[in-house]
Write a protein that binds this ligand. Structure first.
Ligand SMILES: Nc1ncnc2c1ncn2[C@@H]1O[C@H](COP(=O)(O)OP(=O)(O)OP(=O)(O)O)[C@@H](O)[C@H]1O
Ligand SMILES: Cc1ncc(C[n+]2csc(CCOP(=O)(O)O)c2C)c(N)n1
Ligand SMILES: [Mg+2]
Length: 322
């Protein structure tokens, strides 16, 4: 029988913390922020049945729980430092804990981000991570900083995660190899931390966010916060490799209003085009220009010929459309 404290000790306590002054084991963790840097804090919860299917692979779940949090730091241009993990578990299952913690720590180590504390209780499976990062003062990529005339850029590709979800929900048929490939985008997103850091440190971008609820909804947050509008070239949106093989109507729908993409959407002055392409290459992340920020409020979608498109799509909302 694994007790609450054995579980924490065996699966979530590692040798001496490197970044934290004090890590797992006391009432609080102690962190010593780098002098002169600002602290970036974000939290994201994954709930069984809502963010992942019952029986989801534990290792992938460990990865995704941290990935979605790292993605929020990436969206601000912040460098990850530490995180806390709050878990509700239906049972203390050794296999599940070994898988979950290995997926979690593999990604944490890849980003030099340290687990410093958390909370563990019994209940329906629920995973909540709070992440801490650092950013140079004045460099954060805020949602309220887009300016008319900016280009709109997207990292990586969009829509494969939504395609996998559609297949799981029997909304469409995908052959096994395609589903396997698309499903990895849903289960194991890659947070664009290096790209976000480059955009912020070199002041290449004005505004940014990560696309978790679908581009149309998330870009809308930048437009509202920045009091601007945008024209989006829907046919320029980079579809994931599996979605790219699907009919145009589906490609448009899932790139514009997918979900679980965890790519960055950012706006930047024209003058920075070359430097942004170089930052993409440097960080191993594709970057694609997909539209521009306008003074006129509202989001206008156009096709590859500049003709208006009315797709009637909206972002993910847990209480309206989710
Ligand atoms: N219960 C809450 N109390 C206070 N602030 C909240 C609460 N829920 C969300 N927020 C804040 O509202 C804003 C939008 O939250 P949201 O969870 O949609 O973030 P996001 O980055 O757009 O999406 P994601 O959760 O997929 O990362 C964030 O600033 C978040 O910190
Ligand atoms: C079983 C299952 N059903 C649906 C989805 C899709 N999904 C759930 S929440 C969300 C938006 C981001 O959430 P939040 O804003 O809470 O971070 C998306 C796209 C999934 N991943 N698994
Ligand atoms: Mg976000």
């Amino acid at each position: 029988m694994l007790s609450e404290f054995d579980l924490i000790k065996q699966y979530f306590t590692r040798s001496r913390p490197v970044r934290a002054v004090l890590g797992v084991g006391d009432d609080c963790a102690l962190l010593a922020p780098t002098p002169g840097m600002q602290l970036a804090v974000s939290t994201d919860m994954l709930v069984e049945g809502r963010h992942f299917f019952p029986g989801a692979d534990a290792r992938l779940l460990g990865h995704k729980s941290l990935a979605v949090n790292l993605s929020d730091l990436a969206a601000m241009g912040a460098a990850p430092t530490a995180f806390t993990l709050s878990l509700a578990l239906p049972a203390a299952d050794r296999d599940w804990l070994a898988g979950f913690s290995s997926g979690l720590f593999a990604l944490a180590d890849a980003h030099g981000c340290e687990l410093v504390g958390g909370d563990t209780t019994k209940g329906p499976l629920n995973i909540c991570i709070t992440i801490f990062g650092e950013i140079e003062p004045g460099r954060a990529l805020r949602r309220d900083a887009a300016r008319a005339g900016d280009d709109i850029w997207i990292s990586g590709t969009l829509g494969d995660a939504r395609l996998a979800l559609a297949a799981y929900r029997d909304e469409l048929d995908l052959e096994a190899a395609s589903l396997g490939q698309a499903a990895m985008r849903m289960h194991a997103p890659t947070p664009r931390v290096a790209l976000g850091r480059a955009l912020a440190q070199d002041a290449l971008a004005h505004a940014a966010l990560d696309i978790s609820d679908g581009l149309v909804g998330d870009l809308g947050h930048i437009l509202t916060a920045s009091k601007v509008g945008a024209t989006l070239d829907v046919d320029a949106l980079p579809a994931g490799p599996v979605l790219a093989r699907q009919p145009k109507e589906l490609r448009r729908r899932f790139t514009v209003a997918g979900g679980d993409d965890y790519e960055l959407c950012f706006t930047a002055p024209r003058a920075n085009r070359e430097a942004i392409v170089a930052a993409g290459a440097q960080s191993g992340t594709a970057v694609t220009r997909v539209g521009r920020i306008d003074e006129q409020p509202g989001l206008r979608m156009v096709d590859g010929h500049g003709e208006p498109l009315d797709l009637g799509l909206h972002g993910w909302d847990h209480f309206v459309s989710g």
